[in-house]
Design a protein around this ligand. Structure first.
Ligand code: HEM
Length: 408
């Protein structure tokens, strides 16, 4: 068994630019590493597949930080910029353990089933086609701005009946909260986001619609009723999770195709490969690197290491999905490979609620883009940068040049 000291390491800001190389190195040493993240937070990180699945589904890795005291404060290195997540958005299912988790998830589970999402296919196709129409005649676009961001945010806003006029503001606030931003920017974004969500709930109270959000606001006392903080948190989770991730599925997926022309050609030649290709996008360069925070509610032994109680434990979904023990030649893109069991959507009780929606949006966006355009990376590949975020794995910008393939 290795000693804890042997694995202790501080990651620099280049981590987010080269996460796969770091994970490969860590996996070679052991399944669990003790690290200091670029912003000074001391954590345990799981990078091997087998142990990742265990950590994601073992309740001793708790998600309920309301019981954890000042955990982040205690684990920040001296001099590290302090940045806790705003508590006003935190009372949601992804931050709760059973039985509270079951209660919150049950309220929205039925609204996001694969069958319900499939019924949205024509509308998602329509939104995609409109976005692609707007790209016609342009020789270059940022694919994130033109397609990967507006598609999922439009769909989730329509699903929850949220007005679209503050969409761009919302993108900025949510981006600031999820990336490693300055504390004063985080505070300002949190205040604006709170005001936006509180106004949204007020408007649903005054004029209920036919959407799931109105149903949650108007649940009677006999039904399960959410309090104001729970409502705000639910809105925050669905809106943010509903777009910040899918943008990276589309962006990272298209980038992987451009970097692997044989795979792009195979997909163009045989469109039945599309669902498998989406799974391979998720496995190879999934939208989330380190899954959302967990902490040990007691001492936990994992992969021969004892993580003491009261420590922050993160699971690297990117690391697990490139574990060669599970996925042979993990760095090679193969849209026909067996990707079953990948953890890009997590695992266990917190498995992504929106997975059916994200898969559908990813397939429609990428398939339709390939139908309409020939695309190439615009600019030098080495100028591409990944967003500096503990959670997300997505590009900052993604300039592509386009040529129209003509009428279908
Ligand atoms: C949970 C990934 C899209 C809603 C999760 C988790 C992951 C994930 C990894 C679990 C996190 C953890 O255990 O720490 C993704 C990816 C997406 C995506 C990769 C896109 C490709 C969506 C969409 C929605 C959504 C479109 C919209 C409804 C949620 C919710 C949870 C969740 C509500 C919390 C579930 C729970 O705690 O029970 N997602 N997600 N996600 N996701 Fe997604």
């Amino acid at each position: 068994m290795q000693t804890t000291e042997a694995r202790f390491e501080k990651l620099g800001p280049e981590y987010q630019q080269e996460p796969h190389a770091v994970h490969e190195r860590l996996r070679a040493v052991g399944p669990v590493s003790e690290l200091v993240l670029p912003r000074g937070l001391k954590v345990w990180v799981v990078t091997r597949y087998e142990e990742a699945r265990i950590a994601l589904s073992d309740n001793r890795f708790s998600k309920d930080f309301s019981k954890a005291g000042d955990l982040f404060g205690r684990h920040l290195q001296p001099g590290a910029p302090r940045r806790e997540f705003d508590q006003s958005f935190a009372s949601h299912m992804l931050n709760s353990d059973p039985p509270a988790h079951n209660r919150l998830r049950k309220l929205v589970n039925k609204a996001f089933t694969a069958r319900r999402m499939e019924a949205l296919r024509p509308r998602i196709q329509e939104i995609t086609d409109q976005l692609l129409d707007e790209m016609v005649g342009k020789s270059e676009v940022d694919l994130l701005d033109a397609l990967a961001f507006p598609l999922p945010i439009t769909v989730i806003c329509e699903l929850l009946d949220v007005p679209m006029d503050q969409r761009d503001d919302f993108r900025v606030w949510s981006g600031t909260l999820l990336t490693d931003s300055k504390q004063e920017d985080v505070d300002a974004a949190a205040a604006s986001m709170y005001a936006f969500l509180a106004a949204l709930i007020e408007s649903k109270r005054a004029t209920p619609g036919d959407d799931i959000f109105s149903a949650l606001v108007h649940a009677s006392e006999d039904d399960d009723r959410l309090d104001q903080t729970e409502l705000i948190s639910m809105a925050f989770l669905l809106l943010v999770a509903g777009h910040e991730t899918t943008v990276n599925l589309i962006g990272n997926g298209v980038l992987a195709l451009l970097r692997n022309p044989d795979q792009l050609a195979a997909l163009r030649a045989d469109r039945s490969l599309l669902p498998g290709a989406v799974e391979e996008f998720l496995r190879l360069d999934g939208p989330i690197n380190l899954a959302t925070f967990r902490y040990t509610s007691e001492d936990v032994e994992l992969g021969g290491v004892t993580i003491p109680a009261g420590e922050i434990a993160l699971v690297s979904l990117l690391g697990a999905n490139r574990d060669p023990e599970k996925f042979p030649e993990p760095d090679r893109m193969d849209i026909t490979r067996q990707t079953g069991g990948h953890v890009a959507f997590g695992h266990g009780i917190h498995f992504c609620l929106g997975a059916p929606l994200a898969r559908l949006e990813g397939a429609i966006a990428v398939g339709s883009l390939l139908d309409r355009f020939d695309i190439e990376l615009a600019g030098e590949p080495e100028t591409l940068r990944w967003r500096e975020s503990t959670l997300l794995h997505g590009l900052e910008r993604f300039p592509v040049s386009l040529s129209d393939r003509g009428p279908r």
